[in-house]
Write a protein that binds this ligand. Structure first.
Ligand code: GKR
Ligand code: MG
Length: 436
């Protein structure tokens, strides 16, 4: 049959490159970050000669789904974004990651894991790459393709972590941050992040030490940065009474308390007995979880992550639902590179009522696959008006981080904070919640 000439927006190639990115020894309630964390870089090329970039989680179960989806995209236009979920369900439906045990497994730090959520996380990387390519073809920034920006800069908060000076056994890449394991260490870390990037609000990853110790760290931050918005996030490690005690003790200094308790039930109970707003990136992580949490007033702020919510356009849908319920919206982050940060910045720029500074791990990632790192100014990222995401891939850097992934014997290809902790504490098991 005669070949139909491809339109400029038609996808002609999709390249998937798993990488391992250096990650410092940041502590959380499940363990410690691995020396290297997997991410997946997606490149979508069109007949018109544009290549768009996307990024998502790079653990094996995500890679298993990304391959078939990449094949299925060939010949489709980058503008066909509403088709992505159906296409992903069709091509990924019978993959091992999308069946059986993956149907619902309890949480981790990002809430329930379901086959749908896995697929959405994978397709988010493709959605962003398609938007980037579409923007490059038309000369429009991604925010314009989402309806246009409503702000020129997006605020971010300093993400503070208890941490060791180095990974156990001399693994990983060294850095000069030193250890932060007590209130003065956390305040020093906050000062350095403020001085370097201009951040004006501060989030402490908690659930690592006894709550009294973490309360003391927040008090020390409040003394060091009077009036600045502060947040504490133990990733669901506390019981309802502990959550209430912390909420009571920190009610005058916290902007919100993030995921003090691990389930919607417990969050609802906490919320009913404190005026302090509760935020979550754990109990509302899918559209299916919204109704119960919102109607029970279990959470007052949802921290969206465009990866597991299924992309930038779904993030805007979530924002609309939050608006309807009077629930605040901000952004969650996990270990990520500049492509994801650029994507997050574009969508954040389009959400009308973004009242909280977004989270980002980016300052902890000294490696990137971009020719130029994104630069915070006064705690904010300017919104790019360049075509697409406005970032450029450094092919050599990508190749180097991919070579690290290829050379890995499987130890780091799936993020496992408990396993990383066992390098220091061989008896460590993922703590049961509530831990305190
Ligand atoms: O990077 O250790 C970490 C965080 O705990 C991350 O895994 C969480 O998903 O940052 C996240 C959060 O806000 O819960
Ligand atoms: Mg959180």
């Amino acid at each position: 049959a005669p070949r139909v000439p491809a339109a400029p927006t038609d996808i002609t190639a999709v390249r998937l490159t798993p990488v391992l990115v250096a990650d410092p020894p940041l502590l959380n309630t499940q363990g410690v970050h691995q020396p290297y964390t997997p991410r997946l870089i997606v490149e979508v090329t069109t007949a018109g000669g544009a290549t768009g970039l996307g990024e998502t989680y790079g653990d094996t179960q995500y890679l298993d789904l990304a391959g078939p989806l990449a094949d299925a995209l060939i010949g489709r236009p980058v503008t066909d974004l509403n088709m992505l979920p159906r296409l992903a369900a069709e091509v990924c439906g019978d993959s091992p990651a999308a069946t059986g045990a993956a149907e619902v497994t309890a949480g981790g730090l990002r809430g329930v894991q379901t086959a749908d959520k896995l697929r959405l996380s994978v397709l988010s990387g493709f959605e962003v790459a398609c938007l980037d390519a579409w923007g490059r073809l038309t000369g429009l920034p991604v925010h314009a393709l989402l309806g246009g920006k409503v702000r020129d800069r997006v605020d971010y908060s300093a993400y503070l972590f208890y941490r060791w000076a180095a990974h156990p056994g001399g693994r990983g890449e060294p850095d000069d941050w030193g250890a932060a394991l007590d209130p003065p260490g956390i305040v020093d870390q906050a000062r350095r992040l403020r001085d370097t990037y201009g951040f004006r609000s501060f989030k402490l990853k908690g659930g690592v030490f006894e709550p009294a110790q973490e309360i003391a760290a927040i008090r020390a931050l409040a003394d060091a940065f009077p009036g600045r918005p502060l947040r504490l996030d133990p990733n669901g490690a506390w019981s309802v009474p502990t959550s209430l005690k912390v909420a009571h003790e920190l009610r005058d200094v916290l902007e919100y308390l993030e995921d003090p308790a691990a389930t919607t039930d417990r969050m609802a109970e906490v919320a009913s007995r404190t005026d302090l707003p509760l935020a979550t990136n754990m109990c509302v992580t899918t559209f299916a979880e919204i109704r119960e949490a919102f109607t029970r007033d279990a959470v007052q702020v949802v921290l969206c992550d465009h990866h597991y919510w299924g992309g930038l356009r779904n993030t805007r849908e979530l924002a609309a639902i939050c608006r309807a319920f009077g629930v605040g919206l901000s952004m969650h982050s996990n270990t990520h590179l500049g492509i994801s940060l650029a994507a997050m910045n574009h969508v954040a720029a389009t959400v009308p009522d973004l009242r909280y500074a977004c989270d980002t791990h980016y300052p902890w990632q000294t490696e990137d696959v971009l020719t130029e790192r994104l630069a915070f100014m006064d705690g904010a990222l300017p919104v790019s008006d360049a075509p697409g995401l406005g970032v450029t891939l450094d092919h050599d850097r990508l190749a180097a981080l991919h070579a690290r992934w290829l050379a890995d014997d499987g130890t780091f290809r799936d993020r496992d904070d408990a396993a990383a902790m066992r390098a220091a504490d061989p008896g460590w098991v993922t703590p049961r919640v509530p831990r305190w």
